[in-house]
Design a protein around this ligand. Structure first.
Ligand SMILES: [Zn+2]
Length: 209
């Protein structure tokens, strides 16, 4: 069937689900492909003006149990992803592959976070060992969480990726807690060599909008 295909759906019931408007089918619901109505021509014209000049990203929502397939599902370049409004692709898993060119050394590579969540804690300068989270209680201890910023490139463009939590653990190969509390890299503004060493590393990324 020649594109665009215009689908008219009748007799639906509007409903709000998880804060979003959606249409539910009823017994009277009918679907009409390319219906012979005046609005059909308007819809075709609008489609050609909006989408043919800037084609939407090809999307496959079917997940696979095979990780080798999953790693390439919805694979797009960074240039493609940054030139589209990803808010139009709700709950879509995008994948891309890139190289870490540089770890930004001009900003903190970790922060002290709450024991109950990943929010940054406030330290009480008058009372050591008092760490306060804005949504949880005050703790006597805190966690150490990666937050290092990198410049990545996939040959189409350059972008900034910031690594937090498990993504930081995976790419560095050590937990942030180990680097800070065991190896003694306890200054947030002094990048440890083991974090700097990820420069040049090839990464596979997956993001969900
Ligand atoms: Zn918290």
């Amino acid at each position: 069937m020649e594109k665009p295909v215009i689908l008219a759906v009748s007799s639906c019931r509007p409903k709000v689900f998880r804060g979003e408007l959606q249409l539910n089918g009823t017994q009277a619901t009918h679907c009409y492909f390319n219906p012979p109505i005046p609005e059909f021509i308007d819809s075709v014209t609008e489609y050609r003006e909006r989408f043919l000049a800037h084609p939407p990203l090809a999307i496959n929502r079917q997940r696979s149990n095979d990780m080798a397939i999953e790693r390439f599902r919805n694979r797009h370049t960074i240039a493609e992803l940054v030139t589209h409004n990803l808010n139009n692709y709700r709950s879509v898993d995008f994948t891309c592959e890139a190289t870490i060119e540089q770890v930004a050394g001009n900003r903190d590579w970790f922060y002290k976070s709450c024991n109950d969540c990943s929010l940054r804690v406030l330290e009480d300068i008058d009372h050591p060992n008092r760490y306060t989270c804005r949504t949880h209680r005050t703790h006597a201890t805190c966690k150490h969480t990666y937050c290092f910023k990198t410049i990545v490139n996939d040959t189409t463009t350059t972008a900034f990726f910031t690594f937090f939590l498990d993504a930081g653990n995976a790419i560095v190969g050590h937990t942030c807690k180990e680097l800070v509390t065991v190896r003694g890299y306890d200054q947030p503004h002094e990048l440890p060599p083991v974090v700097q060493a990820i420069e040049g590393q090839r990464i596979y990324c997956r993001s969900t909008t």
